[in-house]
Design a protein around this ligand. Structure first.
Ligand code: FES
Length: 165
């Protein structure tokens, strides 16, 4: 995404130079606003990042996730079946996802001890496993692919009641 933003600004820069030149020649600047329109239509600054969820059957769902939103929230907003029994309180492992590309896994913040404790209980733990509620969308994660394991284990304590956010 950073490349797109840089490209947008390059276009705006060209647009400014061309428009300035056009005004100097007595032309209307409106016909030279290609860069501005490209920037507006492209909308890379607020349309979120591209995320693909892959379910246990290999079905892919492509969604856009606003920067700052967790993958668990994003999944729920898009009717993707990712459990999240404790609603992001690090008291279960039902939001377990597997980051499919190591390149993206390495861009994530390191998991906290609490997340690692819960991950240890997750079904089908892998080298690139994370809890979906702890993976927060940021521009560097544009294009990330997350596999949803075939099963989950819920070790949330009996009687646990998630706190509202
Ligand atoms: S929803 Fe329970 S730890 Fe993520």
């Amino acid at each position: 995404m950073e490349d797109f933003v840089a490209f947008d600004f390059l276009l705006l820069e060209i647009d400014f130079i061309v428009t300035t030149f056009a005004i100097g020649k007595g032309n209307s600047p409106k016909i030279f606003d290609v860069g501005v329109w490209y920037f507006c239509l492209n909308g890379t600054s607020d349309s979120g990042i591209s995320v693909t969820f892959v379910d246990k059957d290999g079905e892919e769902q492509h969604i856009r996730v606003p920067v700052g939103m967790s993958m668990l929230e994003a999944a729920h907003e898009n009717d993707i079946e990712l459990e999240g029994a404790c609603e992001g309180s690090l008291a279960c492992s039902t939001c377990h996802v597997i980051v499919m590309d190591v390149e993206y896994y390495n861009k994530l913040e390191d998991p906290t001890d609490e997340e690692n404790d819960m991950l240890d209980l997750a079904f089908g733990l892998s080298e690139t496993s994370r809890l979906g509620c702890q993976v927060i969308a940021k521009p560097e994660l544009d294009g990330i692919r997350l596999a949803i394991p075939a099963a989950t284990r819920n070790f949330a304590v009996d009687g646990y009641v998630p706190k509202p956010h």
